[in-house]
Each structure stands twice: as C-alpha cells, then as structure tokens.
Design a binder for this molecule. Sequence first.
Ligand SMILES: Nc1ncnc2c1ncn2[C@@H]1O[C@H](COP(=O)(O)OP(=O)(O)OP(=O)(O)O)[C@@H](O)[C@H]1O
Ligand SMILES: [Mg+2]
Length: 196
Amino acid sequence: MVNEAAARPRDPFANKVLEQADIMRDQVARHLERARLAARLTVVGSITDVAPVVTALARTMEKIHHDRGVAIEVHADVEARFRGERPDLEEMIGNLVDNACKWASARVAIDVVRERPDPSRAGQVLRIVVDDDGRGLSPSEREQVAHRGRRLDETKPGSGLGLSIVVELAGLYGGELKLGTAPLGGLRAELVLPGA
Ligand SMILES: Nc1ncnc2c1ncn2[C@@H]1O[C@H](COP(=O)(O)OP(=O)(O)OP(=O)(O)O)[C@@H](O)[C@H]1O
Ligand SMILES: [Mg+2]
C-alpha cells in the first residue's frame, strides 16, 4: 500500500496514506522502545551514584555552551544514589542542563537532595533540581512543552524532543518531571526519582 501510494506523488489520497503510514511507523518504534526499556528495568537492579554524574555533566555542558559564558553551580549530596541505570540518569539530567544553558542569561544551578522517605513510596526519594536565570515559562507554556516536538522558542536550535524524553524516562522509573519557577527567575525543572 505504501509503495502504491508512493508511486502517485500528486494524488492527495496517496499522500494521506503516506502521512498516516509515517505516523504508524513512529508509534510502533516508540512502543518498541518503551517495551525495551520497561523489560530492562525489571531485570537489572542497578544503583548509580548521582554526584559524579552531575558534576561531570555540568563540566561538559559548560564547555559545550562556552560561547554563552554560562556558569553552572552544583550542590550535590554525595550520598545520593539513583535506583536505575547511569545512561538513563545522564540522558535525563543532560537534557535539563542543556535546556537551562540554552535559555539562561548567565547562571545555572543544580541541586541534588535526598528526601525523607515518603511512607506512600517504597524506599528513598531523590530530587534533582535544575534552575536557570533565563526568561522561564508561564504555567500554560509549561503545560505545552513536555509534549513531543513542541517548541516555543525557535531562535535556539533543537528538535523539541528533549523534555518529552525526560518525562517518558522518569515515568518508566516511577518518577516524574515538574516544571516551575526558579528563585533565579528562570525555569525550575525538578526530577523526582527513586533513590537507593
Ligand atoms: N530552561 C528553559 N527556559 C525557557 N524555555 C525552555 C527551557 N527549557 C525548555 N524550554 C522550552 O521548551 C521547549 C521544549 O524543550 P525541549 O528540551 O523538549 O526541546 P529543545 O531544547 O527545543 O530541543 P532538543 O532538546 O530536542 O534539542 C523549548 O523549545 C523551549 O521553548
Ligand atoms: Mg532541550
């Protein structure tokens, strides 16, 4: 069907078929990726030290965004541990710090704290806060940006996938991403994840 549709480039119906086939392919790929991640999470019980990951990422991001002269300040509890895989933690924090650097005026602050165990959750809770001093986002903008491909500021490069990946990964670990306003004036992105 896709081949037939592709052979009729000027037929609007054929174009619709191609468009729908693209969306289906995308959805299948997403479901497979989700299944792959979910399966892995139940098998591997790894624990990752958070402070070294955050410190290394901050230094890397400072270099990547060197031309903008953004300073990244890190306060990380050295005892903080993530109940999950290191690459997933790097992916989540990396996306948030990359955004903070892209939209900051001059400052980014990262805080890693362990919460008192919440009786409604099993085990420790880990909180990773990424603040910047940029223009931030209004409550309605915050609602929009966590969706795949949604970008509000086209003046900076990006595909608009970063935050949706963070939301999805955090969700797979039973955690969440919250967006708010930072004391520095810009966006506050707060990751709540299972600790160890
Ligand atoms: N720290 C921030 N300050 C202001 N706006 C932000 C911030 N972080 C994200 N946004 C807004 O949310 C949108 C979505 O962010 P997201 O990380 O998903 O995409 P991106 O950074 O544009 O692209 P990508 O992450 O795929 O390179 C951004 O385009 C921007 O409009
Ligand atoms: Mg991004």
